[in-house]
Unconditional design. Structure first.
Length: 449
């Protein structure tokens, strides 16, 4: 039997419901409601299911069944007080049904059923209990996905897909590979976890240390997905930003105040301080240059700076690393009372130092952007020539957006328009795409005048 992708499954079921129950002008709103619930609850519930059943595919299939059940039940009965609790309880039942139907896994069925908790009712207390469990178990899932037996990119890709609900195509773009290649990596990673019987737990001692770098990277990418969502209507997903901070704080306790964990926490707090200023009331993107800095959260800035300063000057556990440098870059932005007062030369030097720890095209691009503001757009354009020649960022939307801005500031309008068009084409987020399209239209109008 051909197996439909999850998106096709729930969309087909929703289309059927909408055609019978919702006026045409409400259909778009209904899609948005369902998509938001799926995005928010997917990773939270999946982590708990995987712990319970020790099987990625069974857990994903059961959760898909639960989401389809929600599409039938919620429109009639209304949203439950805790959608996560409802989905988790329903998914557990669906998983048990699947095990009962699979004669070849009777032994596993008996083992799982004997360890099952009593079924929860959907009352408020049960919802709170389940939500607490879900929060505590996502860190376990991250450490499981970041086991050293898995290739590094596969670890990160599997975690992002499981925790954030990112599409395989979006993860593939972030790693500059085809969707098919990334899908194969994710499938192989799942099979490896199952075949190697990798335990679902937070390790201790040396095992924790050897996975720490991957875990920190994954948490940072989870935050980035919240800070600038790769798909959907909204630019910001605060649930992911807050979850990344919570996981980092928990890691700090587990690792005994490790410097890079402190660096990541400082970085996330400083970035979070600007969330309120990143979008207008009607959801439009506001760039760093245009942001109202009075909206920046001073308490988060104070906390982030305090953590960073004690990390860089104190005798904390561990060594200097990339997240501490990135936090220092964010701190340099925070120190400027206005955009014009930003010390771009200092930021440019910090990016040079960061590149020694992370010699990637993305870091090189960010360094080129800093150079363009410190020494002029032509300096930035010269710095990215090597990236362009190597072709590593040919499907990376921020590359074309950054290059377009440099070309615009350099007065090379026609070339800027070409790159803005490419950036719009590659953008998967509506808010970001609308902003880039507006810049494109404004620039095109200048040529016509």
């Amino acid at each position: 039997m051909v197996r439909l992708k999850f998106g096709q499954l729930w969309k087909s079921r929703l289309d059927d419901f909408l055609s019978r129950n919702i006026a045409m002008n409400d259909i778009a709103s209904a899609y948005i409601v369902v998509e938001n619930i799926i995005r928010k609850e997917w990773g939270r519930v999946l982590a708990t299911l995987i712990k319970q059943f020790q099987d990625f595919e069974l857990s994903e299939d059961a959760l898909q069944d639960a989401l389809l059940a929600a599409l039938s039940t919620w429109p009639k009965n209304g949203l439950p007080d805790s959608p996560a609790a409802w989905l988790l309880t329903t998914a557990k039942r669906k998983a048990i049904d699947r095990l009962r139907r699979a004669r070849t896994v009777r032994e596993k069925q008996g083992e799982v059923l004997s360890n099952m908790e009593p079924e929860h009712s959907f009352d408020e207390e049960a919802g709170e209990q389940l939500d607490t469990a879900i929060q505590d178990e996502r860190l376990m899932l991250i450490f499981t996905c970041c086991h050293p037996a898995l290739p590094e990119q596969a670890r990160i890709a599997l975690t992002l897909k499981s925790i954030t609900g990112m599409k395989t195509s979006e993860i593939a773009r972030a790693y500059l590979v085809s969707e098919e290649t990334m899908a194969q990596r994710i499938v192989r990673a799942k099979r490896k976890i199952k075949a190697a019987n990798i335990p679902y737990k937070v390790p201790e001692g040396d095992q924790l240390d050897e996975r720490l770098a991957s875990v920190l990277t994954v948490i940072y990418l989870i935050f980035n997905e919240g800070y600038s969502a790769t798909h959907g209507e909204d630019l910001i997903r605060r649930d992911l930003c807050n979850e990344a901070i919570r996981l980092t704080e928990l890691l700090l306790t587990l690792t005994g105040d490790e410097r890079e964990v402190r660096g990541l926490l400082a970085l996330l707090l400083l970035h979070s301080s600007r969330l309120q200023a990143r979008c207008s009331i009607n959801g439009k993107l506001i760039t760093l240059e245009q942001q109202d800095r009075t909206l920046w959260d001073r308490e988060l800035i104070k906390r982030g700076l305090s953590i960073l300063i004690t990390t860089l000057t104190g005798g904390k556990k561990g060594k200097m690393g990339a997240f501490q440098i990135q936090a220092a870059i964010s701190a340099a932005h925070t120190a400027a009372a206005t955009y014009e007062q930003t010390n771009w030369r200092e930021i440019s030097m910090l990016y040079e130092k960061l590149y020694k720890y992370q010699p990637t095209p993305v870091v090189m691009l960010n360094g080129a952007v800093a150079l363009s503001f410190a020494y002029g757009p032509n300096a930035g354009l010269a710095a990215i020539q090597q990236i362009e020649q190597e072709g590593d960022l040919r499907i990376y939307q921020p590359f074309y957006a950054a290059k377009a801005d440099m070309l615009r500031r350099a007065g090379r309008i026609k070339e800027a328009l070409t790159n803005y068009r490419k950036a719009v084409e590659l953008s998967g987020n509506k808010t970001e795409r609308d902003y880039l399209r507006k810049r494109l239209e404004q620039l095109a109008s200048k040529i016509e005048q």
